[in-house]
Ligand binder design. Structure first.
Ligand code: UD1
Length: 349
């Protein structure tokens, strides 16, 4: 492995979170030196133990909120960073409707501060976590990056759209930042070691943690939100991507940025598999992959859900030289292995 002193140091905000922690692993494996900053508001310190178990060493970690100027400045002062991956953000759609200002403050205040510090400390490369939520219900599928964004349905979605625009405008004004906004589709799964995975606090809003918790007997039944959509089996279609593949896309994004000669640049890239899956097919694939059945019933539609969205991945394949390598079945098997592990931990505590 490359020695720590010569590895490019990358600040990973939200590096103790679901996507962040998997990206930390991918970065180390690719010869980067990640430095985590996370306030642990939606993650647990035990994630650091999982990282240690996988990597065989500690990853530098700062417990701080990314809106805390003094704390962030101290990190930029101390660490000779070459890039930033900005994951840290609130992401609960419903909560964002109830607490919009918290969302704007947390998600956009932190980005503003990062742009400012990157400028001050001459850190040029930025990867920003965006979301396919900015497309709303696209007219044509699969959805390409040229598809116009639709007005956000929630303050959460709006923070992603505004975050993209803040970076685009800064680059247009020649702030020396090279940035890629990655529009994630639906990240699922866990590290195959089952040392890290998704840790939803409270009742999960997302499909796969709800499936695994139901399969584990922690929830009586899963409600499928609507089966009267205009899709092959009537349930919504999404593009579910293994989090390990998604993590790898960040490594490729950083490599791409370091090869970019311009002083300032900005681009947007979809990160998905290119395949749309119905909710019922996800349940069926889970059952086949794990041999465990999931108790479910059909309920009403969930307000705000789009009918179907999946990615055109040609730009990510071309620009990032990146392809997914994990199937839906693998992702669901890994999510289940992780659920069994954390289920056992809960039982033991
Ligand atoms: C949601 C957000 C999206 C955000 C993403 C973060 C909305 C409208 N979208 O995506 O902006 O970026 O989470 O992870 O909230 N489903 C069920 N039963 C359940 C849970 C989900 O049938 O108990 C269905 C949903 O109707 C949907 C699919 O499963 O069709 C996926 O849902 P989910 O995992 O919540 O992701 P999104 O809604 O696609």
């Amino acid at each position: 492995m490359t020695s720590a002193t010569h590895s490019p140091k990358i600040l990973v905000t939200g590096g103790a979170g679901f996507i962040g922690s998997h990206t930390v692993v991918a970065l180390v494996e690719a010869g980067f030196e990640p430095v985590i900053v996370d306030d642990l508001s939606n993650s647990l310190a035990s994630v650091l133990n999982g990282l240690r178990a996988i990597l065989g060493r500690d990853v530098p970690f700062y417990q701080a909120n990314c809106n805390d100027r003094a704390a962030m400045q101290a990190i930029f002062e101390r660490e000779a960073l070459t890039g930033v991956i900005h994951f840290a953000a609130y992401k609960a759609v419903g909560e964002s409707v109830a607490k919009p200002l918290d969302y704007y403050q947390n998600n956009l205040g932190s980005l503003l501060l990062l742009l400012d510090l990157m400028n001050e400390y001459k850190v040029h490369n930025l990867v920003f976590s965006s979301s396919c939520t900015v497309y709303g219900q696209p007219e044509h599928l699969p959805v390409t990056e040229e598809t116009p964004r639709l007005p956000a349905q929630s303050p959460y979605g709006n923070t992603k759209a505004i975050g993209e625009d803040m970076i685009r405008d800064a680059v247009r004004a020649n702030l020396p930042i090279k940035a890629l906004a990655l529009r994630y589709f639906n990240p699922i799964g866990a590290h195959p070691s089952a040392e890290i995975g998704e840790l939803p606090l409270g009742v999960p809003a997302n499909l796969v943690p709800f499936i695994t918790q139901t399969a584990a007997g922690m929830r009586a039944s899963l409600t499928v939100y609507g089966d009267d959509y205009n899709t092959p089996d009537g349930t919504c279609v999404r593009d579910y991507i293994h989090v390990v593949d998604l993590a790898e896309a960040h490594v490729q994004a950083l490599r791409k940025l370091s090869e970019t000669n311009a002083d300032a640049s900005y681009d947007i890239i979809n990160i998905g598999t290119g395949r749309g899956e119905t909710v019922l097919n996800v349940i069926k694939t889970f059952e086949e992959a794990t041999g465990v059945s999931v108790n479910y019933s059909i309920g009403p539609r969930r307000p705000g859900d789009v009918e179907q969205v999946y990615a055109d991945v040609s730009k990510s394949n071309r620009v990032l030289n990146w392809h997914t390598t994990h199937s839906l079945a693998e992702a669901l098997r890994d999510a289940w292995r992780w659920q069994q592990k954390i289920g056992a931990k809960v039982a033991a505590s």
